[in-house]
Design a protein around this ligand. Structure first.
Ligand code: 2HG
Ligand code: ZN
Length: 468
């Protein structure tokens, strides 16, 4: 390893290899603090050629490499799976926005650009990068693509993979694939870019991407609603979709229990409605049309819903500051939950119509099998994706609760599978859900993936211990 690190330092130049224990520590622990495995060193290439040189050297030495962007994985996908034996390859120094084509609605960015910086660059060019997640200030494009991130606008624009037109990837042996095409149509064999999107860094390291942009909205209307039931949330969803599906950019669910956690742990928390409710929806309409009566649409649908008892209260944002305040409540849920103690995250999806059944059955199951566990549900209900998180009992023991995590996940997943759902809707598998992956995906599906992985990374040096 000593020899290897010398060669890597020579290849990557000043600041390219970090070995001081205090400097590498943050790269070994995931955002949730679930896994702490220190890398032997952290590699910080400046460009694609540097990534290729590093991978070539590591492959020759048989040393595993863990690609890392903003280290915001919910499933410890970007930290080592063993202590002291792996190298983290950080893409942070590759942070150039290479080009924006505002007329063609594309942008080319390097892997280490944060999602927010990419959004800002698109906005400055008069366009919209239509992907929004709570961690966007830290999450980087390479990780966003490698995990096929979802988020608040998936409903309207799809997941990260739907925005990927082209990719640049370095394979385990150092081969560089330049697939940075920006074409809307390109039928030339296997869609390689889609193979690497969502592969969690196991097939190659994404170093740059061409992303599809959208036109910037000219109007937005954002509304916080109090809802009497989960069924009513779906009723409201159907009403807005019937009225103007293209304008529905986001439709998010927050349970009363999730809001209560926010109330306890979010600084300056203020509920935007008069009274607390058992359920809430945060929704956003937007349009690129100048003369669209968007506000009227919002008010008319809400008035009908109020009369029908589908909502009990609603507040429409009257300013950009108020809109930001509404979204801050939604985006603070993960952080509030982290502060509230140990939790087991179930990032699950079911067909949209099955969401009420999912929530009811999960609540009953938790009551019966995990007494005291608090169900903190929220998420992208318009996509059938609920973060069905379980929080440790109040005043309970965090370690004891975390130790029961796998059982609890299995119990939730059993319900999810019966409803035809997925045990990982958008956060991926990482090293937290490998067990579920082994149990719940068919032998054929796992074998196909194993063969693809073995073909591209025969020495198994790319992000080992992740996925399967
Ligand atoms: C969100 O939707 C993220 O806010 C995080 O996917 C969900 O903390 C979570 O479980
Ligand atoms: Zn989410």
């Amino acid at each position: 390893m000593i020899n290897l690190l010398d060669h890597l330092a020579a290849a990557l130049g000043p600041g390219g290899v970090i070995i001081a224990p205090e400097d590498i520590a943050p790269f070994g622990t995931d955002w949730r603090g679930l896994v702490s495995n220190m890398p032997r060193a952290v590699l910080r290439p400046r460009d694609t050629a540097g990534v290729a040189a590093a991978l070539r050297l590591c492959a020759a030495a048989g040393v595993p490499v863990v690609p890392q962007g903003g280290n915001t994985s919910m499933v410890a996908g970007a930290v080592p799976s063993r202590d002291g034996a792996e190298l983290v390859l950080s893409l942070s120094r590759m942070n150039a926005v290479r080009a924006i084509d505002a007329a063609g609605l594309t942008m080319e960015v390097e892997a280490g650009v944060t999602l927010r910086a990419a959004q800002d660059a698109a906005r400055d060019a008069g366009a919209l990068l239509p992907l929004s997640i709570g961690s966007e200030g830290s999450a980087q494009i390479g990780g966003v693509i490698s995990t096929n991130a979802g988020g608040n606008n998936t409903l309207r624009f799809g997941n990260a993979r739907d925005l990927v037109l082209g990719l640049e990837v370095v394979l385990a042996d150092g081969t560089i694939w330049n697939g940075l095409r920006r074409l809307r149509k390109d039928n030339t064999g296997y869609a390689l870019r889609q193979l690497f999107a969502g592969a969690e860094g196991t097939l190659g390291i994404v170093t740059a991407a061409v992303l599809r942009l959208a036109r910037a909205p000219r109007q937005r209307q954002t509304c916080f609603c109090a809802i009497p039931s989960v069924e009513a949330a779906l009723d409201l969803f159907a009403r807005f979709r019937d009225e103007d599906e293209a304008a529905l950019y986001a439709f998010e669910y927050i349970s009363g229990a999730a809001m209560a956690v926010n109330q306890s742990y979010m600084p300056d928390f203020r509920l935007p409605l008069e009274t607390a409710s058992p359920h809430y929806v945060l929704l956003e309409l937007a349009t690129t049309r100048r003369r669209d009566p968007l506000r009227e649409t919002m008010e008319a649908v809400l008035a009908d819903a109020l009369e029908a008892g589908v909502i009990t209260d609603a507040a429409i944002a009257e300013s950009e500051a108020q809109r930001a305040a509404f979204w801050a409540i939604r985006e603070h849920l993960s952080e509030s939950q982290r502060r509230a103690g140990a939790s087991v995250k179930n990032d699950v999806s079911v067909p949209v119509a099955a969401v009420p059944s999912l929530l009811a059955r999960a609540a009953a199951m938790l009551g019966a099998r995990h007494p005291g566990a608090r169900m903190v549900a929220f998420g992208h209900i318009g996509d059938g994706n609920i973060h069905l998180n379980a929080l440790q009992p109040e005043d309970g023991d965090a370690a004891a609760f975390a130790a029961r995590g796998e059982d609890l996940m299995e119990d939730v997943n059993a319900i999810v599978m019966e409803l035809g759902g997925s045990f990982s809707a958008e956060h991926g598998i990482g090293q937290i859900k490998t067990h579920a992956f082994g149990q719940l995906r068919s032998a054929a599906e796992r074998e196909i993936m194993r063969r693809i992985r073995a073909a591209l990374d025969p020495a198994a040096t790319l992000n080992p211990g992740k996925l399967f």
